[in-house]
Write a protein that binds this ligand. Sequence first.
Ligand SMILES: [Zn+2]
Length: 149
Amino acid sequence: MSFFSNIFGKSNIECPRCLGKGHVDWDDIRRLNQELKWAPGKCAYCEGKGAVNSKLAENVSPDDTYLTIDKTQIERDRYKANDEAAMRRAEIQEAHHNYLIKQIVFLYFEADLGPDKIAEFFMIDEASDPKRKEDLVDYILKVVEFKRQ
Ligand SMILES: [Zn+2]
């Protein structure tokens, strides 16, 4: 704790999510068991600073799935302050994501569909978008790989 943080009553600690790097890489993602939920990028826990106020950990766990850099700054701030509506949005996103993973697992392992067909199933109401299909196939393969372990 520095002199200034003592004066202001704040204690800054090394960011427990990115370990002070300011960005989250695959090692961090594996350590925090978020392989199917996160991608590498700027750390949303410390906002890229590498350090956080120790009080943050009382509100939000470092491995919290919802708090990612793709959310708006306003949403991240609300979530860090335990805003009720933001927490509800986090629950909905988590439920939706877990359901998607369950569907992929069922379609691959039980219904015997290949990654291509599964991607087409999820895009059934969408206009053809080869890039989105490719991303979806990559994600499906990641889920399959992860569930095989
Ligand atoms: Zn961080």
